[in-house]
Structure formats: C-alpha cells, structure tokens
Ligand binder design. Sequence first.
Ligand code: PBG
Length: 326
Amino acid sequence: MYPQERMRRLRATPRMRRMLREDALRPEQLVQPLFVDENIAERREVVTLPGQYALPLGKVGEECSRIERLGVGAVLLFGITCRKDPLGSEAWNHEGVVQSAVREAKTACDIPIITDLCLCEYTDHGHCGQLRHDQVDNDATLELYGRIAVSQARAGADMVAPSGMMDGQVAAIRSALDREGFQGTGIMAYSAKFASCFYGPFRDMVGSAPSNGDRRSHQMDPANARQAMREMRLDAEEGADMLMVKPALPYLDIICRARDELELPICAYQVSGEYAMIRSAAANGMIDGRQAMMESLSCIQRAGADIIITYFATEAARELRCVNGA
Ligand code: PBG
C-alpha cells in the first residue's frame, strides 16, 4: 500500500491552504525606513534603491500620513545633511534634519516614529563615533549618543534606534533619556548588527561610508552566532525595549535563536542590499519581484521576527490589504 500519510491532502485547494497557513504577515508588523535630505527641494529617487525616495523637509508629513493609511506599523527616519564635522554635532542639533522631520511627521499623523541614532551620517570621516588616534573612542562616543537621543526624544520620537554598536550604548542612552525626563521614549537596539556588505546601497545614498578603514572593530563578524546572543542579552540587561538582528535573510538562524531564547520583541532589518538584490533580479526578468518580496518577508517572520524593517513595507502593506480583502 502506497503511503497512508499523504501530505498533499492539506494542500489540495486554495481554501484548504489558506485555512492551514501557520503564520500570516500583518502590515502593522512592518516598518518603513525613510530618508530625509535637507539639501533637496523635491523628492528624489534613490539611484541605488529603485522605488525608494529621499524626501525634502516639507514633504515628510504627507508621506508619513500616506504610510499610516496603508496600515504600516511605524516609520524609521534617517537624516542626510552636508553639514558634517569631526564630532558629527549636527546629529544633536534641535533644528537638525531628523529633529525637524520628526516634528513635521508628528504634526501630520499618529504613526509611531523611530529615529536611527548614529554618527556616521554626520561625521566628516564617516565613522560611527568620535575618533581618537584613528580609532572610534567608545566611551567618548557614548556621551554624544546620549545627546542625540535626548534631542530626538525632545522632537517627539517614540523610539530611538541606536545603530553604532558601541559597548554600553543602550545603558548610556537609557540614563540620558531618563535624566532629561524622557522615561517614555523607547529604545530599539540594533543589537546583533553584523559587519555586512549588504549595507552598500544605503551608504552610497546617505554618504556614510567610512573614509578609511571599515566597521569591523564594532560591527559583528558574520560567522558568529553565540556572540550575537551575548550582544542581545547585554542590550536586554541594559534596558532595550526591542532587539534587532541585521541584516535579515542571511541571518535567519540568529532571528530564530533570539526568538527561542529571549523574551523581548525581536525585530529584523531587511537591509538595502537585500532589497536591491530582489529589485534588480526582478528588473532583469530573473525572478518575480512581487513574489520574492512577499516570500522573503514571510520567511523572515517564520524564522521568528515580530517586526520587520523593510524598504518594501509600503508596497507589501498594499499587497496584504488586497490579499486580506481590506
Ligand atoms: C548606521 C546604519 C546603517 C544602516 C542602518 N543604520 C549603515 C551602516 O552600519 O553602515 C544600514 C541600513 C541598510 O543597509 O539598509 N547609521
């Protein structure tokens, strides 16, 4: 007798398949990154990220409202400036590009606003912190991160997302925020952030590639899973509200392990290079772009991500509304 157990019974019809789907993405789990450029007057397509636009101040409120209406969970803001110096002091300017963008978004709508917190977009050397003898000075940088966090919180950010991978950054930011009365501002910690080539398109666009050297003395070695768990545990102890794994698709094992072993919400960042790969393969007729988008997001969720930061957020949210008949 050929097998009694036949897996295909449960896959026979679309309705059967729909009923048995184990996990379904919701638009509210997606976070859309947005670039705000203080040097432009009109929105401009990002060459390295087709379909993504840098926005001028003045267009941020409108764009956030549009994203909110699609049901996307939150927006992650990045600033682009040409006012750079060795310390990156523009990053904590109350009138700076991100601070102004947050105020604009908060006036226009209610979608949660998360701000990337790093110095590489603001230092003239492109490193993530203050340099001393050509090395990033960890402890001096922590004080600067505290200032950035307070200025972003004061502008109205719901959460700050420190991405510099300095030791002790979550604790330093938590105490700076609390000291200034921002106990309610959350921290989404880029905890397991790997030294990845998949950030290439992002660095080209925000002009944050380091002018010399690389980030391997603070970002993690892609081969290290146990160390990623230590990073995440430390950030949890230091007071992070959410833990992030970045990039996403090549690091599904880390996401899975984090979800199994830790209790905080786990967030995965599908980064610029992952987006660019799907987009360019689709543009060359090699894969179906829409299906690749949905499949990749669904797999990141299946691995254990509660929240996914992705350049596809807006598009995927639109897709999910069609599928769910909303
Ligand atoms: C640092 C930061 C980076 C990204 C997010 N925050 C770049 C880096 O570490 O060099 C990468 C995002 C992406 O590639 O989509 N501020």
